[in-house]
Write a protein that binds this ligand. Structure first.
Ligand SMILES: *Cc1c(COP(=O)(O)O)cnc(C)c1O
Length: 368
């Protein structure tokens, strides 16, 4: 027997995660789509006060139903859904949207059931399926990374998935799903499954790109997942959430661990919501910087995917690892991900993007 006695299918598998390198070694970190702007002194002070307040009762378990936070998140979502109200009982939260989506697979996946996505897409999805013994299946995207709606419908009708999981905007391509795609998928899946639209980057969408939140009143099997990790500039706090029919939230409550959201997490997230306008205040700058990065990369003669997110996928390189390494050697860390030959850069501050452009210009000269 080999020790430890881990499940056979997990033996030898490396834990998922992008390289985390110290900032003093690599000053420009553009690899995990974080918001580059740290909280202001005013936000720091309010979060600290809230945490101190929560600390006075840390001998007690936290509010298992995180009632205040659900109300706060519902109010926030109601302001980002073109007037479609979201009620507190339609909201669920956990320690990052990764945990939210794992809970969705725990509740709606499982042995004998199938989860479907469309590649290239987020590399964590197959892990939720593996960890919940759910069969995992991917359809393809077109060469511009959009969905072929007829092919997607055929796949869903043939495989009858109980979960369809796809990001909009998609990671790593930045592609948003049009509302017709969400509607088609919800109708094709029907009451036999849920359609999870992962809007981790939703707040970065371009003007004219609607959120799937607007479709919640139309499709009772639609789940829209959001996070405080990206636009909200709070990746370190670990808070993700979803909006869906109350029955879906109740189903997820069955599989959650008791008291999964600590009193400290709830206090931090509530403080962050009070400062939402400020924390989200740089989103417009980041969108402008993203659009400028797309144009600049195209100006270099590269292929660049249209992006509704805070990152840009560009290529293609015969040896993308060499380009990635040449950037790293100049102190710029980006991500080697996506289809063969492509690289992904997160949108940072204007100064960081200048460093990225200099480093890439040099790398392309060296490698050519
Ligand atoms: C970053 C990201 C998330 C967010 O994960 P958290 O656990 O909330 O930090 C979710 N989905 C996608 C596609 C992402 O890229």
């Amino acid at each position: 027997m080999t020790f430890p006695p881990i499940r056979e299918e997990l033996r030898g598998i490396e834990p998922y995660g992008a390289p985390q390198l110290p900032v003093d070694l690599v000053p420009v970190q553009l690899n995990v789509n974080e918001n580059p702007y740290a909280p202001s002194a005013a936000v720091v002070a309010d979060v600290a006060t809230s945490v101190a307040q929560a600390t006075t009762s840390l001998n007690r378990y936290p509010d298992r139903e995180f009632t205040d936070l659900r109300a706060g998140l519902a109010a926030y979502l109601s302001g980002d859904s073109a007037g479609v109200p979201v009620a507190p009982e339609q909201v669920w939260a956990a320690n990052g949207s990764n945990e939210v989506m794992l809970q969705l697979l725990q509740a709606f996946g499982g042995p004998g059931r199938t989860a479907v996505s469309f590649a290239p897409t987020y590399s964590m999805y197959p892990e939720y399926a593996r960890d919940t013994h759910t069969r995992w299946l991917t359809g393809r995207r077109e060469s511009d990374f959009s969905l072929d709606l007829d092919a997607a419908r055929e796949l869903v009708e043939a495989e009858r998935p109980s979960v369809v999981l796809l990001p909009s905007p998609n990671n790593p391509t930045g592609t948003a799903l049009p509302p017709e795609a969400v509607t088609m998928l919800c109708e094709a899946v029907g009451d036999g499954g849920v359609v999870v639209v992962d809007e981790a980057y939703g707040e970065f969408r371009r003007a004219g790109t609607p959120s799937a939140l607007e479709l919640l009143p139309v499709h009772r099997n639609l789940v829209v997942s959001r996070t405080m990790s990206k636009a909200f500039a709070l990746a370190g706090a670990r808070l993700g959430y979803l909006a869906a029919a109350a029955e879906i939230c109740d189903a997820v409550r069955v599989v959650r661990l008791p008291y999964h959201l600590s009193a400290v997490t709830q206090a931090v997230a509530l403080a962050a919501l009070r400062h939402a306008p400020e924390l989200l205040g740089r989103v417009d700058d980041l969108r402008a910087e993203r659009d400028a990065t797309v144009s600049w990369l195209r100006g270099q003669g590269l292929d660049v995917a249209d992006s509704d997110a805070n990152f840009v996928l560009f290529g293609t390189f015969a040896d993308r690892h060499a380009v990635w390494q040449a950037l790293l050697d100049q102190g710029v860390l980006i991500r080697e991900t996506g289809p063969d030959g492509w690289l992904r850069v997160s949108v940072g501050t204007a100064e960081e993007m200048t460093s990225f452009k200099h480093a890439l210009t040099r790398a392309l000269k060296e490698i050519a």
